[in-house]
Design a protein around this ligand. Structure first.
Ligand code: NAD
Length: 509
C-alpha cells in the first residue's frame, strides 16, 4: 500500500473532542494538517474548535507562532455534520469514551464511510489495539496512536501496532506524528503500551514498600526526589493523577498480563480508591491539604548529635565501602580498619538489594550495632539508612547523627531489601527489560518514551547504565531471594546481559 503521509492536503478526522481530541486537533492544525472533527454530544465539536482557536491565539500572543499562522491553523478545522463527513479523511483518530464496545461500534460504522486506504487509529490508553481492531473488516490498517495529556505540552506519541497492523500504517503514523511536532515512538500492542507499563514500577513498588511499613509516604517521596532524582515522588504523583485513575489502570494492566506479579496492585491504593480518598481532587489522599492546597507535611526532625565513637565499615561491598569510607573520612569519623569491628564500634554495611538483617546474619555482625547505608545513589542531597529489627536506638541515632553531620538530610527507614530507591528503580529497569525481551520496543525507544511521557530523570536502560547493570541485577536477585516473591525475579533480558557483563544497550549481531 502506498500512503503519502507527507502530502500537503493531508486530512485527518478526529472523533471525540474532549480533553484529548481537542489537543490532538490543536497540534494537527498547527502542523499544517487539515482536520475534520466530530463529537456525539451536540455543540461539543464547536466548543472544542473555539477552545483550540483560543489556545492558538494565546500561542501567537506569546510569540510562539504568528497571528497569521494561528488564523490559518484555525481555518484548517472543519466541523462534521455527521460521520459521513469523515469520507475525505486520510487518517481518522478516535478519542471517544474509553469503552471497548463504543469504540468497536464507531470503527465498524466508520469503515463503511472512509476509503479503503484511510488509516484508522485509536487514542486508547488502556484497551488492547488488537482487541478494538478484532471486529472490523480491515484490521491491517488499524493501529494505536497514543497521545498524552495535555497534548500540546506532552511531545510523546506512542505508535502501536496491533497483531494484524501492516508496516506501512506504522510508517505513515511515524511521519504524521512528526508533522504534528510530536516525538513518535514505535511499540507493539501490550497492556499499558510503554509509558503506562513502565510507570507501574514507580507507583506500585512505592506502594508495596509503604504497605510493608518500610517508610511513610512523605519519606518515600523525599527519597525519590532527592536520591532518585525524580521531579515528583510516587505518592505525590498518584495524588495529582488521582487514585480513581491510577488504581483501576493498575488493576487492568495486572489482569491483562494474566496476573503477572510484577504488576501486582496493592491495598494501599485500593482502600483509598474505595473510600473515595483520591488525592488532590478530593483534598485528601496520601497527604492532607491546607486551604491553599499545599500538602500538610511536618518538618523533618533535627538529627541526633554527631557520633563520637568508632565506626567500622564492612568491605563486603567494595564499591559501597569505598564511597562510605570517603564520605565519613571527610566528615571526620573515627574509622576502624581492622578485619572485624571492635567491641563497641558502630557497624555500617552498604547492601545492594539486601536488608540490614541479611547483611548482619551472613557477615556474622552484631545485629544490635548494625546499620545499613544506601551508597548506590548519589549521597549529596539526602542519605538513606536502616537498621535491623534489633538495632539499638543508640547505634541507630549514632549512624543518623554521623551521616547528617555535614548538613545533608537523612531518611531513616525500616529494614528493607533495597532500601527505597534501589528497589523502586530496579523495578523500573526490570519492566523496561521485560518489554525489550518481548521485542515490543527497542531499548532506546523505551527510554525516550519514559523520559518524555513520565519526566523521569532517566529511562530504565539509562538508569541501569548509570547505576551499573550488575548492581541493578543484584538488587533484584537479592530481593527475590529474601522475599521469595516472583514479583522480583529479574527479567531474562537483564539476567543474560548482567552475566555477560555488557550494557543493556548492546545490539545483538
Ligand atoms: P473526554 O471525556 O474528555 O472526551 C471524550 C469525548 O468523546 C466527549 O466529548 C464525548 O462527548 C465524546 N464521545 C463519547 N462517545 C462518543 C461517540 N460514540 N462518538 C463520538 N463522540 C463520543 O475523554 P478524554 O480524556 O479526551 O479521553 C478520550 C480517549 O483518550 C479515551 O480513549 C482515553 O482513554 C484516551 N486518553 C486519555 C488521556 C487522558 O489523560 N485524559 C490520555 C491518553 C489517552
Amino acid at each position: 500500500m502506498s500512503f503519502d503521509a507527507n502530502r500537503p492536503d493531508l486530512t485527518v478526522g478526529v472523533i471525540g473532542t474532549g480533553a484529548m481530541g481537542r489537543g490532538i486537533v490543536q497540534v494537527a492544525v498547527a502542523g499544517g494538517i487539515n482536520v475534520v472533527m466530530s463529537d456525539s454530544r451536540p455543540g461539543a465539536a464547536q466548543e472544542a474548535r473555539d477552545f483550540v482557536a483560543k489556545m492558538l491565539a494565546r500561542a501567537a500572543e506569546k510569540g510562539s507562532m504568528t497571528q497569521e499562522d494561528a488564523a490559518v491553523a484555525v481555518a484548517r478545522i472543519k466541523l462534521a455534520a455527521s460521520l459521513e463527513d469523515m469520507k475525505p479523511c486520510h487518517l481518522v483518530i478516535e478519542a471517544i469514551v474509553e469503552n471497548l464496545d463504543a469504540k468497536r461500534r464507531l470503527f465498524a460504522e466508520l469503515e463503511t464511510i472512509v476509503s479503503p486506504e484511510c488509516i484508522l487509529v485509536s487514542n486508547t490508553s488502556s484497551l488492547s489495539v488488537t482487541s478494538i481492531a478484532a471486529q472490523i473488516k480491515t484490521p491491517q490498517r488499524f493501529a494505536g496512536f497514543h497521545f498524552f495529556n495535555p497534548v500540546p505540552l506532552m511531545k510523546l506519541v506512542e505508535v502501536i501496532n496491533g497483531l494484524l497492523t501492516e508496516e506501512w500504517v506504522v510508517d505513515a503514523l511515524m511521519v504524521i506524528g512528526k508533522r504534528m511536532t510530536r516525538e513518535p515512538v514505535r511499540c507493539t500492542d501490550a497492556p499499558g503500551f510503554l509509558v503506562n507499563q513502565v510507570g507501574r514500577g514507580f507507583t506500585l513498588e512505592a506502594s508495596h514498600l509503604s504497605y510493608e511499613g518500610v517508610a511513610s509516604f512523605v519519606d518515600v517521596d523525599r527519597v525519590m526526589r532527592d536520591v532518585g532524582g525524580f521531579r515528583m515522588g510516587p505518592f505525590e504523583l498518584m495524588e495529582l493523577t488521582g487514585l480513581d485513575v491510577t488504581h483501576p489502570a493498575s488493576e487492568l494492566i495486572y489482569n491483562q498480563f494474566f496476573q503477572e506479579p510484577r504488576f501486582r496492585p496493592n491495598l494501599i491504593m485500593k482502600s483509598r480508591y474505595e473510600a473515595g480518598v483520591l488525592g488532590r481532587k478530593t483534598k485528601k489522599g496520601f497527604y492532607e491539604y491546607d486551604a491553599e492546597m499545599k500538602p500538610i507535611v511536618a518538618p523533618e526532625a533535627a538529627p541526633p548529635a554527631a557520633y563520637p565513637g568508632h565506626v567500622w565499615i564492612s568491605t563486603a561491598e567494595p564499591a559501597g565501602h569505598k564511597v562510605l569510607t570517603e564520605l565519613l573520612g571527610k566528615i571526620g569519623a573515627k574509622l576502624e580498619t581492622g578485619p572485624r569491628p571492635s567491641a563497641n564500634a558502630l557497624i555500617l554495611v552498604t547492601p545492594i538489594g539486601e536488608d540490614a538483617t541479611t547483611c548482619a546474619v551472613e557477615q556474622q555482625l552484631d545485629p544490635k550495632r548494625t546499620v545499613a547505608v544506601d551508597t548506590m545513589f548519589p549521597m549529596v542531597k539526602r542519605r538513606t539508612m536502616m537498621g535491623t529489627p534489633l538495632t539499638d536506638h543508640v547505634y541507630r541515632n549514632a549512624a543518623h547523627g554521623l551521616l547528617a553531620s555535614d548538613g545533608v538530610p537523612v531518611t531513616v527507614c525500616r529494614d528493607s531489601p533495597g532500601f527505597i530507591a534501589q528497589r523502586i528503580v530496579a523495578m523500573i529497569v526490570n519492566i523496561g527489560c521485560s518489554i525489550a525481551q518481548s521485542r515490543a520496543a527497542q531499548p532506546a525507544d523505551v527510554d525516550k518514551a519514559v523520559t518524555l511521557g513520565l519526566n523521569y530523570p532517566n529511562g530504565p536502560f539509562r538508569f541501569a547504565e548509570v547505576l551499573g547493570v550488575e548492581r541493578v541485577y543484584r538488587v533484584l536477585t537479592n530481593m527475590y531471594r529474601i522475599y521469595g516473591d516472583p514479583r522480583y525475579r529479574p527479567s531474562i533480558w537483564l539476567t543474560r546481559r548482567a552475566k555477560l557483563g555488557v550494557s543493556l544497550l548492546t545490539p545483538e549481531p
